[in-house]
Design a protein around this ligand. Sequence first.
Ligand code: NAD
Length: 695
Amino acid sequence: MSSTRYERQGRVAVITLAHPPINGISAALRSSLLDHLDLALADPEVQAVVLAGNERAFSGGADVKEFGSPLALREPRLPAVIAALESSPKPVVAAVAGVCMGGGLELALGAHYRVLKADAQLALPEVKLGLLPGAGGTQRLPRAIGLEAALNMIVSGAVLPGARFKGTALADEVVDGDPLPAAIALAGRVVDEGLPLKRLRDLKVAEPQAEAFLQFARNSVAATSKHFPAPLKCVDAVSLSVGKRFDEGLRLEREMFLSLMNTPESRALRHVFAAERAAAKLPDVPDDTPLRTIARVGVIGAGTMGGGITMNFLNVGIPVVLLEMKQEALDKGLATIRRNYDNSAKKGKLKAEQVEQRMALVTPTLSYDAFKDVDLVIEAVFENMDVKRQVFETLDAVCKPGAILASNTSYLNLDAIAATTRRPQDVIGLHFFSPANVMKLLEVVRGAKTAPDVLATCMALARRIKKVAVVSGVCDGFIGNRMLARYGAAAAGLIDAGALPQQVDGALQAFGMAMGPFRMGDLAGLDIGWATRKRRAAEAGVAMTPSVADRLCEAGRFGQKTGAGWYRYEAGRRDPLPDPLTVGLIEQFRHDRGITPRRVDDGEVVERCIYALVNEGARILAEGIAARASDIDVVYLNGYGFPAHRGGPMLYADTVGLPTVVRALRRFAAEPGADASWQPATLLLQLAAEGKTFN
Ligand code: NAD
């Protein structure tokens, strides 16, 4: 099937982009567009051309399915197609509705006239993929809407409605309805009145203070884009529209585009973009799996997690029944939800009536009777198997058949939880991250018996509440926390060896982590890990391995909530202050264990902690707990503050080179008394030996 349609309407040829879902500019679309343009130019009866999309999209830009494939580079490339439109001897009018982004907008900028629907969504979002618009966008947009407006759009990638461009050379007309009839009428007028073929390339950028403005822009962009080269390159490219001839500007823009394409930062951002889309697809659950209806949700536990989880549903208009054991806990949980909304209202993010609308969607309860008609229940009670068992037994007794029963457990065995019910096929893990109303990640834990439609329903629900969902199999800690345990152990090992918390945190933050492991521990509460270590030791029937972390907890230092943990905190403040008492505890610990402290450099901190993540990630992949390496990256980027410019731990390992990772791990594993987990994972060894990568 052709990706563009051709139709004659009297003396106007209408070329319609027809490549669902959003008219991505594929190689096939580019070549069929050019063929249809040639057809129109060759037909003596055709006097003008209208280029249109559909209601949903003029075009969303490059076809993501062809990203990185030879098709993306196949001739005719986009700049050639745009040049053909722009140099057409017959007038070309673009009719723009819906999404008009990236290459789609660049295409529209090549037309002589444009009719925009008022609510069309226009953007040049290439910067979000570490790129700049590479098909004339940086040269034509400033000529169309002025230097400052164009620069803001290109540097931010922001989406603006068609109505915003009224009165600029970007919009010859702005209409409320379908732009196609208006575009056909305009084409007719251009012919009848002999109006000129307006080419944006012929305009001059009007900006008297261009140089001063560009210098100001460079300074402010540099200050806010430290890990990313693309935003500054966008400024450079746009500045060419002022000083250079159009063709020279185009040539240099293309050069800059291609050089950005080869940066690790752009590679990382494009990886993230593709990875998040891939994570939504489940290899063995077909796209057309019928979904269960989720119109009403129950949440159990109104503590740290339950409250935040509840807000996700209220935010999108789904009513929630919230259950607690005691009225006091229920009141406290509700008050926290209201306070969060009130804070958003104070910042102007919500209107007062929206706060009330959302609060009105919660039904607080102390009785499971209220769960009779809910479609999904999410349990967020204490992390204790006996408590969870009781909760699921009760749910099994009261919930209607087909209701989905979910646990927010961080570590517990989901299959064991499912086994406490007579409907394990309806049980699933929905592991939110704290604060649950803010963090983007949702680990969807698939039990051995979880039904495919339950899984598909939860993935669709995740999209509805605007989460990035990744499916994990069942293991201790699932994808994210299981890897985090190795990362934490590596960090703790560095303290034992001679480093201090502030050095380890500093090195990892310089690498790009949002927060170092010890700051993160203080924030989450050190008592949680302590309880887990005690539970594991008890389950395994062994003594706990001594650790500085346990000594901190024994001293009542649980982190921010007790005013001290690895760091100390002044009342009402959250900045971590180095604490001589912690240093004392660490030194005593080393002394008791007969450790002579050594110098640890920052490079070693990063190697040990990040390679520990990679090594456990490889095991998780080999065991099928994660379906793809990129799923692991999505977890770390959205749930653990891993820096986007590095694309996640697995892509980072690919970038460093797997043989390099293996050599370092072997070195760590060979140290006296080294933990067995430093042994390189079999999959890692195999990929490194075969010269392959994770992604
Ligand atoms: P929390 O202690 O803040 O809240 C638990 C709430 O559950 C309390 O309000 C308690 O009164 C209530 N509760 C306990 N037993 C109950 C019962 N039988 N019926 C009704 N209510 C009951 O704990 P939290 O941090 O919100 O953790 C809840 C769950 O979420 C745990 O499984 C935990 O592992 C998981 N989780 C926590 C985090 C986190 O960062 N805190 C992150 C992800 C997952």
